[in-house]
Design a protein around this ligand. Structure first.
Ligand code: ADP
Length: 465
């Protein structure tokens, strides 16, 4: 239920606060009770001594005694209880208290009790034992209504009870916000790591100086990115160098084979062998050219070209170019549908993107299928899409098809080298754009290229790749 460390930590410290609050409540209330009891008991003791000092000379004059006590202590008004016992007679007993909280007649006469204060209902009672000059016992019972203390106790407990949940809510919110703030550098790292691509290989995670462990994690990840991008550029350089090295010998071999193929009087089996070799060499040369183009594109990643390219016009021209191929397979080519869209780019490279996508659409769409090209603008970016009703691509392959040499199933007679879409991706990245695909097996595919629009009024320098 509480999956995140933040929620667990907040829950734990709310629980701790709750326990602390409960301990505090019990401790405060019992301390308060003990303290007020002590204070009242000590007051009662002083008052008992006062009562004794007034009454010791009036023990045999009940009326005068009553008057003296009333004038000195006015027990009823003060919600107090005073009783004086002389021998086995009660010579004075105060009346009902003003707050009516106890009945004086119901307060027991407990002769065995020691000098400690004791609670009788809502009354705290203290009995003091004296002797008159003739040695007869005199007991002064003096009591105080304890009701107001109980009320205070209840109110204190209620206030703590109400304040505690409010405090808990504030503590939980405060704790959550603090934790989120403390973890926000990690959120940023996650976002940056998710957005990391080799198109922006020099991007590194931002480092936070506030939390040493998080900073160390950031530095460790940055070192990992350093190693990865070094390995990646090493691999790219290797394939680029290899392609460059292969280009010249391949051109020579191709030239020689073409020469040979042009000869007359070749034996039929030699002629077939030369034709086959020429076909393979041509395919290899194409692959080498693609690899060289890929490495050139990679060096352009992130550096945008600024020539205005009309995507609609580009699509019209390319559809005318490629129309023959589609006709051969009796495919219906339609489009371009959509408005005029001017993006910033290199027209030759963008044409190559469209040619590769259309070439694939034609290759992987069976006879009588349909291919539609659309252009448009969405979220401040221009797009061009190629939709076919072909064989489609299983979702497991959708990520891989943009990798170099990736082919879904080479054994089903696919003749390409698996470089077409890698080139599309690289050209898009070099333009600050991206290529995406939606496809369903047996239903068809939609490849879509999104590119930055040409900023209004900018038709300046035309650097090409
Ligand atoms: P190739 O040049 O060999 O066609 P690509 O990089 O262009 O290589 O494509 C990679 C793989 O993606 C292909 O092998 C193919 O299986 C699949 N693919 C590409 N386009 C389509 C499409 N329109 N319909 C179905 N599969 C496709």
């Amino acid at each position: 239920m509480l999956r995140s460390a933040t929620s667990r930590l907040v829950a734990l410290y709310c629980l701790l606060l709750l326990t602390l609050g409960a301990v505090f409540l019990v401790f405060t209330v019992s301390n308060f009770r003990h303290y007020t009891r002590e204070v009242i008991a000590s007051n009662l003791s002083i008052r008992a001594a006062g009562v004794w000092s007034i009454s010791q000379n009036l023990l045999n004059q009940p009326v005068a005694l009553a008057a003296a006590i009333q004038s000195g202590f006015s027990p009823e008004v003060q919600n107090r209880f005073i009783r004086i016992r002389y021998g086995d007679r009660i010579i004075f007993q105060s009346g009902d208290p003003a707050d009516g909280r106890f009945k004086p007649s119901l307060i027991p006469m407990d002769d065995a009790a020691n000098d400690n204060a004791r609670s009788i209902g809502d009354v705290l009672l203290l009995s003091r034992h004296y002797r008159d000059p003739r040695g007869r016992p005199v007991v002064v019972d003096i009591g105080q209504s304890f009701y107001f203390v109980h009320t205070l106790e209840r109110e204190l407990a209620t206030s703590i009870f109400i304040a505690l949940p409010i405090l808990l809510v504030f503590a939980a919110i405060g704790g959550y916000v603090l934790m989120r703030r403390a973890l926000s550098p990690i959120e940023t790292m996650i976002k940056e790591t998710e957005a990391y691509t080799f198109n922006r290989a020099d991007t590194r995670l931002p480092l936070v100086r506030t939390e040493p462990r998080i900073e160390e994690l950031g530095m460790a990840l940055n070192r990992l990115l350093d190693r990865l991008s070094r390995a990646y550029s090493h691999a790219s350089r290797f394939s680029a160098d290899a392609a460059h090295e292969l280009r010249t010998p391949l051109t020579i071999v191709r030239g020689e084979l073409e020469l040979l193929a042009g000869r007359k009087n070749l034996q039929p089996e030699v002629e077939t062998a030369v034709a086959n070799a020429l076909e393979e060499i041509t395919r290899l040369s194409g692959m080498v050219d693609s690899l060289i183009l890929l490495s050139r594109m990679e060096s352009m990643w992130g550096k945008k070209s600024h020539a205005p390219v009309d995507l609609r016009k580009l699509a019209e021209d390319t559809l005318v170019q490629i129309g023959l191929l589609a006709e051969e397979k009796q495919l219906r080519l339609s489009g371009p549908e959509g408005p005029t869209v001017i993006v910033a780019g290199d027209p030759d490279r963008l044409r190559q993107v469209l040619v590769n996508l259309l070439d694939n659409a034609i290759k992987y769409t069976p006879r009588d299928g349909r291919i539609t090209v659309r252009v448009g603008i969405e979220k401040d970016r221009g797009f061009i899409s190629v939709e076919d009703t072909g064989i489609g691509i299983a979702s497991a392959h959708l990520e891989g098809i943009f990798e170099r040499f990736y082919r879904v199933s080479p054994d089903r007679g696919e003749i390409g080298a698996g470089l077409g879409l890698a080139i599309v991706k690289s050209i898009c990245a070099a333009h600050g754009g991206e290529v995406t695909v939606k496809s369903e097996l047996g239903q068809g595919s939609i490849f879509r290229v999104d590119l930055p629009l040409m900023p209004a009024g900018e038709h300046g320098a035309l650097p090409s790749f």
